[in-house]
Design a protein around this ligand. Structure first.
Ligand code: URA
Ligand code: URA
Length: 184
Protein backbone atom coordinates (compact mmCIF):
# COMPACT_ATOMS: atom_id res chain seq x y z
CA UNK A 1 0.00 0.00 0.00
CA UNK A 2 1.11 3.61 -0.45
CA UNK A 3 1.08 3.88 3.34
CA UNK A 4 3.48 0.96 3.73
CA UNK A 5 5.73 2.38 1.01
CA UNK A 6 5.77 5.66 2.93
CA UNK A 7 6.60 3.76 6.14
CA UNK A 8 9.57 2.10 4.43
CA UNK A 9 10.75 5.48 3.16
CA UNK A 10 10.89 7.13 6.58
CA UNK A 11 11.52 4.31 9.09
CA UNK A 12 15.24 5.04 9.34
CA UNK A 13 14.67 8.73 9.97
CA UNK A 14 17.52 10.60 11.67
CA UNK A 15 16.08 14.08 11.19
CA UNK A 16 16.02 14.82 14.95
CA UNK A 17 18.08 13.52 17.89
CA UNK A 18 15.36 11.03 18.88
CA UNK A 19 16.53 8.98 15.91
CA UNK A 20 19.74 8.26 17.86
CA UNK A 21 18.06 7.23 21.09
CA UNK A 22 15.11 5.20 19.82
CA UNK A 23 14.98 1.41 19.75
CA UNK A 24 12.16 1.19 17.17
CA UNK A 25 10.53 3.71 14.87
CA UNK A 26 6.78 3.65 15.68
CA UNK A 27 4.99 4.51 12.46
CA UNK A 28 1.39 3.55 13.30
CA UNK A 29 -0.91 0.54 13.07
CA UNK A 30 -4.35 -0.45 11.86
CA UNK A 31 -6.41 -0.19 8.70
CA UNK A 32 -4.67 1.91 6.02
CA UNK A 33 -8.16 2.93 4.86
CA UNK A 34 -9.61 3.53 8.32
CA UNK A 35 -12.50 5.95 8.71
CA UNK A 36 -11.40 6.69 12.29
CA UNK A 37 -7.89 7.69 13.28
CA UNK A 38 -6.60 8.05 16.85
CA UNK A 39 -3.60 10.30 17.33
CA UNK A 40 -1.56 10.16 20.53
CA UNK A 41 1.53 12.01 21.66
CA UNK A 42 4.62 9.86 21.30
CA UNK A 43 5.83 6.30 21.85
CA UNK A 44 6.64 5.29 25.41
CA UNK A 45 9.00 2.57 26.58
CA UNK A 46 6.77 -0.35 25.51
CA UNK A 47 6.06 1.15 22.10
CA UNK A 48 9.75 1.90 21.58
CA UNK A 49 10.55 -1.78 22.28
CA UNK A 50 7.76 -3.25 20.15
CA UNK A 51 7.56 -0.73 17.31
CA UNK A 52 3.76 -0.51 17.75
CA UNK A 53 1.75 2.47 18.99
CA UNK A 54 -0.23 2.32 22.21
CA UNK A 55 0.67 -1.16 23.45
CA UNK A 56 1.61 -0.35 27.08
CA UNK A 57 -0.80 0.09 29.98
CA UNK A 58 -2.38 3.20 28.45
CA UNK A 59 -2.58 1.47 25.10
CA UNK A 60 -4.42 -1.46 26.65
CA UNK A 61 -6.94 1.00 28.03
CA UNK A 62 -7.25 2.50 24.54
CA UNK A 63 -7.94 -1.02 23.20
CA UNK A 64 -10.76 -1.37 25.75
CA UNK A 65 -12.15 2.03 24.81
CA UNK A 66 -12.10 1.08 21.11
CA UNK A 67 -13.83 -2.20 21.90
CA UNK A 68 -16.42 -0.42 24.05
CA UNK A 69 -17.20 1.57 20.89
CA UNK A 70 -17.93 -1.77 19.15
CA UNK A 71 -14.78 -1.41 17.06
CA UNK A 72 -11.42 -3.16 17.05
CA UNK A 73 -7.87 -1.86 16.73
CA UNK A 74 -7.56 -3.33 13.25
CA UNK A 75 -10.60 -1.40 12.00
CA UNK A 76 -9.19 1.98 13.05
CA UNK A 77 -5.75 3.56 12.64
CA UNK A 78 -3.59 4.52 15.61
CA UNK A 79 -0.47 6.66 15.49
CA UNK A 80 1.31 9.45 17.31
CA UNK A 81 2.53 12.97 16.67
CA UNK A 82 6.13 11.76 17.23
CA UNK A 83 7.33 8.50 15.74
CA UNK A 84 10.23 8.08 18.17
CA UNK A 85 10.28 7.94 21.96
CA UNK A 86 11.41 11.03 23.87
CA UNK A 87 13.86 9.88 26.57
CA UNK A 88 12.26 9.37 30.00
CA UNK A 89 8.84 10.10 28.46
CA UNK A 90 9.44 13.83 28.61
CA UNK A 91 7.13 16.08 26.59
CA UNK A 92 7.97 16.37 22.91
CA UNK A 93 10.05 19.45 22.14
CA UNK A 94 8.90 22.06 19.64
CA UNK A 95 11.68 21.21 17.17
CA UNK A 96 10.90 17.48 17.38
CA UNK A 97 7.24 18.20 16.66
CA UNK A 98 8.13 20.48 13.75
CA UNK A 99 10.46 17.87 12.29
CA UNK A 100 8.09 14.93 12.70
CA UNK A 101 4.72 16.49 11.94
CA UNK A 102 5.02 16.26 8.14
CA UNK A 103 5.01 12.47 8.56
CA UNK A 104 1.69 12.62 10.36
CA UNK A 105 0.31 15.00 7.75
CA UNK A 106 1.28 12.55 5.00
CA UNK A 107 -0.30 9.64 6.94
CA UNK A 108 -3.55 11.59 7.23
CA UNK A 109 -3.41 12.39 3.50
CA UNK A 110 -2.93 8.72 2.60
CA UNK A 111 -5.44 7.24 5.07
CA UNK A 112 -8.02 9.97 4.54
CA UNK A 113 -9.92 9.22 7.76
CA UNK A 114 -13.40 10.66 7.99
CA UNK A 115 -12.93 11.55 11.64
CA UNK A 116 -9.93 12.01 13.93
CA UNK A 117 -9.75 11.62 17.71
CA UNK A 118 -6.78 13.20 19.42
CA UNK A 119 -5.62 11.72 22.73
CA UNK A 120 -4.39 14.22 25.28
CA UNK A 121 -3.37 17.85 25.31
CA UNK A 122 -0.23 17.63 23.20
CA UNK A 123 -1.84 15.81 20.26
CA UNK A 124 -4.82 18.19 20.26
CA UNK A 125 -2.72 21.32 20.52
CA UNK A 126 -0.33 20.25 17.78
CA UNK A 127 -2.98 19.09 15.33
CA UNK A 128 -5.29 22.05 15.93
CA UNK A 129 -2.50 24.64 16.14
CA UNK A 130 -3.77 26.01 19.43
CA UNK A 131 -2.64 26.59 23.00
CA UNK A 132 -6.13 26.09 24.38
CA UNK A 133 -6.35 23.77 27.40
CA UNK A 134 -7.57 20.19 27.12
CA UNK A 135 -10.60 20.98 29.24
CA UNK A 136 -11.67 23.72 26.82
CA UNK A 137 -10.90 21.72 23.67
CA UNK A 138 -13.24 18.93 24.76
CA UNK A 139 -16.83 19.01 23.63
CA UNK A 140 -16.37 21.01 20.42
CA UNK A 141 -16.14 19.45 16.99
CA UNK A 142 -12.87 20.82 15.58
CA UNK A 143 -11.48 20.32 12.09
CA UNK A 144 -8.15 19.48 10.54
CA UNK A 145 -8.06 20.20 6.80
CA UNK A 146 -11.77 19.62 6.59
CA UNK A 147 -11.69 16.40 8.66
CA UNK A 148 -13.73 16.55 11.89
CA UNK A 149 -11.61 16.25 15.05
CA UNK A 150 -12.74 15.30 18.55
CA UNK A 151 -10.21 15.93 21.33
CA UNK A 152 -10.35 13.78 24.44
CA UNK A 153 -8.11 12.91 27.38
CA UNK A 154 -5.13 10.62 26.97
CA UNK A 155 -5.70 7.08 28.28
CA UNK A 156 -2.54 7.45 30.40
CA UNK A 157 -4.22 10.41 32.08
CA UNK A 158 -7.26 8.22 32.84
CA UNK A 159 -5.00 5.76 34.61
CA UNK A 160 -3.80 8.56 36.88
CA UNK A 161 -7.09 10.45 37.22
CA UNK A 162 -10.12 8.19 37.42
CA UNK A 163 -12.42 11.24 37.43
CA UNK A 164 -11.66 11.74 33.72
CA UNK A 165 -13.03 8.33 32.75
CA UNK A 166 -16.65 9.41 32.63
CA UNK A 167 -16.08 12.51 30.47
CA UNK A 168 -13.87 10.39 28.18
CA UNK A 169 -16.60 7.83 27.87
CA UNK A 170 -19.07 10.60 26.97
CA UNK A 171 -16.60 11.77 24.32
CA UNK A 172 -16.34 8.23 22.93
CA UNK A 173 -20.10 7.86 22.67
CA UNK A 174 -20.17 11.15 20.78
CA UNK A 175 -17.25 10.01 18.60
CA UNK A 176 -19.15 6.81 17.80
CA UNK A 177 -22.23 8.84 16.81
CA UNK A 178 -20.16 11.09 14.54
CA UNK A 179 -18.44 8.03 13.09
CA UNK A 180 -21.79 6.40 12.35
CA UNK A 181 -22.94 9.61 10.69
CA UNK A 182 -20.01 9.65 8.30
CA UNK A 183 -19.40 5.91 7.85
CA UNK A 184 -21.57 5.42 4.78
N1 URA B 1 1.15 7.23 24.68
C1 URA B 1 0.95 7.72 23.45
O1 URA B 1 0.52 8.86 23.28
N2 URA B 1 1.23 6.96 22.41
C2 URA B 1 1.69 5.71 22.52
O2 URA B 1 1.94 5.07 21.50
C3 URA B 1 1.89 5.21 23.81
C4 URA B 1 1.60 5.99 24.88
N1 URA C 1 -15.45 2.52 28.84
C1 URA C 1 -15.66 3.09 30.03
O1 URA C 1 -16.51 2.66 30.80
N2 URA C 1 -14.90 4.15 30.39
C2 URA C 1 -13.95 4.66 29.57
O2 URA C 1 -13.27 5.63 29.92
C3 URA C 1 -13.77 4.05 28.32
C4 URA C 1 -14.52 2.99 27.99
Amino acid sequence: SPLEIFHQQICECMACPLGQSRTRFVFGAGDPNADLMFIGEAPGADEDKQGEPCVGAAGQLLTKIIEAMQLTRDKVYICNILKCRPPNNRDPQATEIETCEPYLQKQIELIRPRIICTLGRVAAQVLLRTQTSMGKLRGTLHAYQGIPVIATYHPAALLRNAQWKRPTWEDMKWLRREYDGVEL
